[in-house]
Design a protein around this ligand. Sequence first.
Ligand code: SAJ
Length: 413
Amino acid sequence: MSERVAVIGLGYIGLPTAAILASHGHEVIGVDVNPKHVDAVNRGEVPFVEPDLGTHVAGAVSQGHLRAQADTPDADIYIIAVPTPFKDGNQADLSYIEAATDGIIPHLQGGELIILESTSPPGATQHLADRITAARPELTTNDAESDTNVDVAHCPERVLPGRVMVELVANDRIVGGLTPRAATRAKELYASFCRAEIHLTDAVTAEMAKLTENSFRDVNIAFANELSIIAERLGIDVFELIELANKHPRVNILQPGPGVGGHCIAVDPWFIVSAVPEEAQLIRTAREVNDSKPEYVISQVIGHLDGKDAPVIAALGLAFKPDIDDMRESPALEITRDLAQRLPGATVLAVEPNVEELPARLADFENVQLVGLTEALDRADVVAMLVDHREFKDFQGASELSAPVVDTRGVWR
Ligand code: SAJ
């Protein structure tokens, strides 16, 4: 018999997870505080862009396997997929996880399974369990044999935005239980749709595995970003340098850029740093290197202006990575905004093929315009290549440009 699953948080991770569970026969109730998300899902629609998700949601809703509501229902299994942003001092903000837990607590009778999917600092899963037993002392979370035990596990999401529906099925999963039984039960649930391996461990190791994956990438990108600054100093091409070094069978350096954006890699390493500040020296330094790259790019652009009055700057790309419209924590957006703010006499021509209008953070600047690529290149005194969008890679006339190009992505090298 399939179990009733409540998924708390219908965002980039919760909604795909709810939809894929529903399309594999589970009765799924999605819960979200945002009435627009709830209404969209009940109409069979998706409130954000993610390939193939629309088909899954529409199918699951029309077959009656998925519905959404504002209140947490009674369920056999609860999956928490809410944001964990960071707050002052780069500490993880657990308030969304706590609010989701508080919504579940009145429904618990013993025997339920709660899975935390949100990216979490070490100890967050135990913190969730402690919150349950503090509110309901008759329940346990560490005594799998007891009728009044609630099983608690952490199963971090690992899917790449833009490939979520593919990677949900194809990527290995890591499940960390507060007890072995919690881990085994969570594995059974994910095995209903995940075709890859599901590895069992304890909750803190699972929490750290997720943070480690994103920190590994951050450190590797920081290495590439530091190399880009070293290469410029030495007058060599960093992209050629990395290509050549990567010919070695045991070297695999990632690509430099204008900084690291998105909601994950630019955030998650701080959860390790704030948990163990003395020990996490390299991880902290990598974050600082990547966070300082936008400032370096700004100084490169300004360096090409030669003190010119009323210069025109073309900023190519605003998204945090290629071929998407997502601008969360985007270094390209930050660079564009800072140039406009610091150079009020300049005109900044933003080119972003994936949006129709300027995002709110740029809309207030009178000296920023959203224009097409050709117009920007015709008018620019200096070009900042910030995102390697397909439209920029396909452009054929780069070698004829007279304006200098600060090519952070090596698109036109
Ligand atoms: N970037 C570089 N150089 C590179 C690769 C990336 O500068 O060589 C930049 C990108 O331009 C972007 C940022 O890093 O600004 C992050 O992009 P990304 O594509 O590396 O990763 P995300 O943030 O979209 O998704 C990551 C993924 N984690 C890993 O690959 C280890 C994904 O699997 C996670 O599920 C996701 O974080 C998450 O939700 O944590």
